[in-house]
Ligand binder design. Structure first.
Ligand code: ARG
Length: 413
């Protein structure tokens, strides 16, 4: 029987050298490449295809954009960011891993392989999904201790088609939700990057633009009144907001294995939607809901970062998010200005805010409550602080009248 292994294939150096290694070192008869479309630029697919052809590798391309975009919008409802980063790479990995597993099952594979090194997060995110299957999980780069140098030599020796232009470039990971850049000079936390690292965002100019985003139960559904599906909405906002320099972050990121890595991200749509969503929550949720939801959101983001969005904790958190977000319906006006996506207006039928109640000009809008009723509350406000301060003053005064030796009181007995 021919033993087949499914390889997460991008056409980069790591996954390219994995192809012969899976046969030579792991004894597989056939390698099947799987490339999962989560919104990478067209050029990446063309490159992967070219490389695969030269390798004689059969590649399956799976379109998972819709599924991935849905997950990104779940992340919006949970206001999910990790150390300021909206989780583009992190959220994509379980989607990619599942798509590869599905192909592997269909093709009767007995192994699953990825080209991750032993330092990053992606190995963990992939394997969290894959190790739920009976298949052998293989990470050649990690297990054989390969270095980029060794890979290059090996590729040259084997005459493997590795993009000459790729070498020495930034390490980039792009999908619908974010573009991340790391490596080269950026590894030095003090290095100030120039404009050349950005592709999705233009340095902010003085120009501004306002957009209106419609939300239904916490999910963004329309832009400037035009209904859009998640993929279209995200792509459109990446362009629109990106033109104003929105969504650049420079993160000293704490990876799961403890490494601190400097990472630069671009995520114009994510920043816009996250800000808008939070702006609408601020209008319709009570103070208590908002502060408790902070904890829920943080946990959601943590699990998102770990690639564990399919576990029971996230399911439970989702229930809270869904319940609170039933009222997160309305429109938010966002202004792109100076690299920011600032909420400048919001409206909802569920607004807890009442202009009448907040105004001084109306007499009785809130049922039986009158302005004068606040007097009692005002009298009590700070009551405990006053008691505590008085107690301290009293104790100090007593210490002084005792002749200052009360601090040795314990020894007097
Ligand atoms: N550090 C990020 C994460 O683990 C993104 C890594 C992206 N990879 C890259 N080559 N820039 O989620």
């Amino acid at each position: 029987m021919t033993e087949k292994v499914a390889l997460a294939f991008s056409g980069g150096l790591d996954t390219t050298v994995c192809v012969p290694l899976l046969e030579e070192e792991y004894g597989y008869d056939e390698v099947i490449g799987v490339t999962v479309d989560v919104g990478q630029p067209e050029g990446e697919f063309a490159e992967a295809e070219e490389t695969a052809e030269a390798l004689g590798l059969e590649v399956h391309v799976v379109d998972a954009k819709d599924e991935f975009a849905d997950l990104c919008l779940d992340a919006v409802r949970a206001n999910a960011t990790y150390q300021g980063y909206p989780l583009g790479t992190a959220l994509a990995r379980p989607v990619i891993a599942q798509a590869i597993l599905d192909v592997a099952i269909e093709e009767g594979c007995t192994g699953l392989a990825h080209g991750c090194t032993g330092k990053g997060n992606d190995q963990l995110r992939f394997e969290a999904v894959w190790r739920d299957s009976d298949m052998e999980v293989i990470a050649p780069v990690r297990e054989l201790g390969l270095t980029r140098e060794w890979e290059k030599e090996y590729a040259a020796e084997k005459d493997l088609p590795v993009e000459a232009g790729n070498e020495g470039d930034w390490s980039i990971d792009t999908n619908l939700w974010s573009r991340s850049v790391e490596g080269k000079e950026l590894e030095e936390p003090g290095y100030v990057p120039g404009e050349e690292i950005y592709e999705w965002t233009t340095a902010p100019s003085g120009d501004t633009e306002e957009v209106e985003i419609t939300f239904e139960e916490g999910y963004p559904t329309a832009l400037n009144g035009e209904a859009m599906d998640p993929v279209e909405l995200i792509e459109t906002l990446n362009e629109k907001a990106g033109a104003y320099g929105v969504g650049r972050t420079d993160v000293m990121e704490d990876r799961m294995l403890g490494l601190k890595v400097r990472e630069n991200y671009e995520h114009p749509a994510a920043t816009t939607l996250l800000n808008a969503h939070e702006g609408l929550e601020a209008l319709v949720l009570t103070k208590d809901e908002r502060s408790f939801k902070n904890y829920v959101d943080q946990e959601w983001a943590e699990k998102g970062y770990q690639g564990l969005v399919n576990g029971p904790l996230v399911q439970a958190l989702e229930a809270f998010v869904a319940e609170t977000n039933e009222r997160v319906t309305g429109t938010v006006t966002v202004r792109f200005e100076g690299g920011q996506a600032r909420v400048v207006g919001r409206e909802s039928p569920y607004a807890v805010y009442s202009a009448e109640a907040a105004s001084f000009n109306t007499e009785d809008v809130t049922g039986d409550i009158e302005q004068a009723d606040a007097t009692g509350v005002a009298k009590y406000h700070g009551f405990q602080e006053r008691l505590a301060n008085r107690a301290m003053e009293r104790a100090k005064a007593e210490a002084v009248t005792d002749g200052g030796d009360s601090d040795t009181g314990a020894n007097e007995e």
